[in-house]
Design a protein. Structure first.
Length: 319
């Protein structure tokens, strides 16, 4: 459990870089960074597979297809959506939108399992909705009439990234909790290859040229491409695979709140400013709401699990 939690927090710290990397690599485009990042992710995965320890032997065709699809559609789609959201809406909006993911997963679980009464869930949802709304409205107001269209497009892009994240989280957790769950290192490599394949479809949209490659900004771009490809992709994916295999989905999803915190912190550091009052209020309301929802869902699950644990302890021969 402790290893899973630490792995999940490490993932959030690395994935939080997604909220600043697209702005740091200017004048290179989102497409440039996407192709470079996931090309490196795939290359590292292939190079590691030259060693037998990292070679995914014995994986079924079904798992290969799922892994390639998660890497291609999940990673590339999510990063493109968030990258555009950051460029269009700034530092505060995208992390807070993505940060609603734990509660949305909890809502999906509650709709399926009816773990807690909907009336009890209403207060946390109101806090979260209010927090996200306050930040969004403040950003839209500050942008003025000429910039509001850009902010709204950024919110839509962040929402698309959120939807992709939810689908990815559900599918990845289902694989890692299945009886034929793959090794974490192998599963990371398969997703890396899928991400590289998916990013190749974006090559026609890139702006690489001889002048850009020889420009003074190229070392900065390559440095961040390596950071995002190795640390933000391969290492982060491996950490998340470890967390997904060791923790229940409900708990693993709750750790994504840390990605919101890291993303906001990185964004404000990049902009060299303190959060504005509305950003403070919105972030605090959302974090309190998520924490309340986490507590709400954890209590019934713990009470339900207790009798089962006692039963298992009384019949050790069945385990």
């Amino acid at each position: 459990m402790l290893i899973g939690i630490l792995a999940g927090l490490a993932t959030c710290a690395l994935w939080g870089l997604t909220f600043i990397a697209p702005r740091i690599v200017d004048p290179f485009s989102t497409w440039d960074l996407t192709v470079a990042r996931y090309g490196i992710f795939g290359l590292v995965s292939v190079l590691l597979m030259l060693h037998p320890r990292f070679r995914p032997r014995g994986l079924s065709v079904r798992l290969w297809l799922i892994g390639l699809l998660l890497g291609g559609a999940g990673y590339v789609g999510y990063f493109v959506a968030v990258a555009f959201a950051v460029r269009l809406a700034g530092a505060a909006v995208p992390p807070l939108v993505i940060g609603t993911m734990p509660v949305l997963l909890a809502l999906i679980a509650n709709w399926r399992d009816r773990s807690v009464p909907w009336r009890a869930l209403a207060p946390p949802l109101v806090l979260i909705t209010a927090g996200v709304a306050i930040v969004n409205l403040s950003v839209i107001e500050a942008a003025g009439p000429e910039g509001r269209g850009s902010v709204l497009l950024g919110v839509l892009a962040a929402t698309a990234g959120l939807a992709i994240w939810i689908v990815y989280g559900l599918a990845n957790a289902a694989v890692m909790h299945a009886p034929d769950a793959p090794d974490g290192v192998h599963w990371t490599g398969v997703q890396g290859i899928g991400a590289a394949i998916g990013s190749m479809a974006l090559l026609p949209l890139t702006s690489f040229s001889a002048q850009a490659v020889a420009g003074a900004e190229m070392p900065n771009f390559l440095g961040w491409a390596l950071v995002m490809g190795i640390a933000g992709s391969w290492i982060a994916t491996f950490c998340w695979v470890v967390a997904s295999g060791r923790l229940p989905l409900a708990l693993a999803a709750q750790l994504i709140v840390a990605e919101t915190v890291f993303g906001l912190a990185y964004g404000f550091l990049f902009e060299a400013r303190w959060p504005q009052a509305a950003e403070w209020i919105g972030a605090v309301l959302q974090l309190v709401g998520v924490a309340a929802a986490v507590a709400l869902f954890s209590t019934p699950q713990a009470e339900k699990a207790e009798p089962e644990n006692e039963k298992a302890g009384a019949n050790p021969g069945l385990s």
